[in-house]
Structure formats: structure tokens, C-alpha cells
Write a protein that binds this ligand. Structure first.
Ligand code: UTP
Length: 268
């Protein structure tokens, strides 16, 4: 079984729910207390043993790449004034640890992941949506990697969601249950509550096999006119092991104003 060494961070969405705040920068740069959302996801990935971080960015998102670079002017000025550089420590990554590709048009999450296909290559990879802030110890992705080392294949992070909210999530058709792991028999993107196969929703962490990229090569637009990752993952079911993992972590949906405020209050 190949280890999970690479992680894709799709950060090319329009972030319309946070306009005008996100007009000129990525919503993943919004701070929760004193760190931007992307830093929480990055820390979680590093804790899980990820070595290569792949950003899928869009226009106006260059602040994200600068954030993980050296800030000579700032650091020199701080040094001259005798200020500690410790707060900048989490933004330093080993040389070559960050790669980025452009998603020229925000055609959906599936399309964003597909844009990273050549950097991902022929190995399993993680996907982290930084606007889902997962607060747990060990971190959410570390828990998923531990499960992956037992069962292999594809693992998606699952959470029980209120039935009236199923149309906001990818929903799992569950199979055999083994503790926190549920076999995934099917996946439906944003079903109405009355037709949802369960209340087990997919949240923004995935461990996927590279074959999903071959499916995305020819993927048509799905729900909302976007190229959906859920549809491509659904095509892998039955061909490879596929599990949902209920992680021991709190999720804050920071793509939504109420969730973002909640995260700030809780973490403060
Ligand atoms: P969202 O569904 O939250 O969409 O994307 P969004 O455009 O970012 O935000 P709203 O709904 O307009 O407010 C989930 C994740 O997928 C990424 C986003 O950046 C976010 O991390 N994404 C989405 C892309 O990278 N490209 C896309 O085409 C769509």
C-alpha cells in the first residue's frame, strides 16, 4: 500500500458567501482568531505526515502563496526592532514543499482536484477543504491516515448531519459498519431530505486513489452545473475499497458566516 504523501488544497472557489470581504483575496485567508484558515488545514496535513502541499488557486489568490514564503522586508524590520519572529514559524515549510496550479475558471470541486492531476501523479492523495475547520486531537487527517493504513482504498470524512440539511452535502448510502468506519455503497450529491439515503454527510477531507483523476478526465457537469467530486468518487465504488470515517473532531463550517463566527468564539 502506497503511503499518502501529497495533499491537494482547492482554494479557487469564488467565496460568494463572504463578499465583499473575499473580493480581492481567498476566503481561505480569513483569520480564525490569529491564524488564517489555510494555516489550520496545513498544520493538520503536516501532522498527518503529508510532505507535498498542492494549492489549486485562482486569480487574485497570490496572497496564499506569499503567506507560505519568506517575508524579507517584514522579517528584517522586525529583527531590527527586536521583535520575536516566533509567530511566523508555522508559515515556514521545507523548500519545495509547496506547489501550485491554477484553475482558470471555478468549474467545481471535481474540476479543481483534476487540475492537480500531474502533480499528484500515480499515488494516493489527500484533499483538504480549508473552509471546513476540523478541530481534533489527533487531527482529522491523521485519524483518516490511520484508518487508511488498515483498510486502504478511498476514505472520506463522514459526519451525521440534520436531515433537513442533506441538500447541502454529499450523502452516503451506508453498507457494513465497523466502529467508526462505514462501507460506502453509494454517494449522492446534495439530495433533498425526503430522498436522501442516510444522514451521513461527507465533509471536507478525503483520501483518494489516483484512479479518480481518470474518471474526472471525462466527467460531465453535475448538480449546480459544476464538475462534482462526489460523482467521480461514486464511480469508484465497487472497484476499490471505499469507506466513510466518523472522526473524533469538531467541524466548523467556515464557508458560512455563522460557522465562521462559531469557530472564532470556540477557538478564542
Ligand atoms: P464552496 O462550495 O464552499 O464554494 O467550495 P466557494 O465558491 O468557495 O464559496 P461560495 O459558496 O461561493 O461562498 C468548497 C471548496 O472548493 C473550492 C473552494 O475554494 C472551497 O475550498 N473550490 C470550489 C475550488 O477550488 N474551485 C471551484 O471551482 C469550486
Amino acid at each position: 500500500m502506497k503511503p499518502v504523501r501529497k495533499a491537494v488544497f482547492p482554494v479557487a472557489g469564488l467565496g460568494t458567501r463572504f463578499l465583499p470581504a473575499t473580493k480581492a483575496f481567498a476566503k481561505e485567508m480569513l483569520p480564525v482568531v490569529d491564524k488564517p484558515l489555510i494555516q489550520y488545514a496545513m498544520d493538520e496535513a503536516r501532522e498527518a505526515g503529508i510532505e507535498q502541499m498542492i494549492f489549486v488557486t485562482g486569480r487574485g489568490k497570490s496572497a496564499l502563496e506569499d503567506y507560505f514564503d519568506i517575508a524579507y522586508e517584514l522579517e528584517t524590520t522586525m529583527r531590527e526592532r527586536g521583535k520575536s519572529l516566533d509567530p511566523l514559524e508555522p508559515t515556514r515549510l521545507p523548500p519545495g514543499a509547496v506547489a501550485s496550479v491554477r484553475q482558470q475558471e471555478p468549474l467545481g470541486l471535481g474540476h479543481a482536484v483534476w487540475c492537480a492531476r500531474d502533480i499528484v501523479g500515480d499515488e494516493p492523495f489527500a484533499v483538504l477543504l480549508p473552509d471546513d475547520l476540523m478541530w481534533g486531537k489527533p487531527g482529522c487527517l491523521a485519524q483518516m491516515v490511520a484508518a487508511y493504513e488498515k483498510v486502504g482504498g478511498n476514505i472520506i470524512c463522514a459526519q451525521d448531519v440534520p436531515r433537513e440539511k442533506t441538500s447541502s452535502y454529499g450523502i452516503i448510502t451506508p453498507g457494513a459498519v465497523d466502529g467508526p468506519l462505514t462501507e460506502v455503497k453509494g454517494l449522492v450529491e446534495k439530495p433533498k431530505p425526503e430522498v436522501a439515503p442516510s444522514t451521513l454527510g461527507v465533509v471536507g477531507r478525503y483520501i483518494l486513489q489516483p484512479e479518480v483523476m481518470r474518471i474526472l478526465d471525462t466527467q460531465e457537469k453535475g448538480a449546480g452545473g459544476e464538475i462534482q467530486l462526489t460523482d467521480a468518487m461514486a464511480a469508484l465504488i465497487g472497484q476499490q475499497p471505499f469507506h466513510g470515517l466518523i472522526v473524533d473532531a469538531v467541524r466548523y463550517d467556515c464557508g458560512d458566516k455563522a460557522g465562521y463566527i462559531q469557530a472564532n468564539l470556540a477557538l478564542a
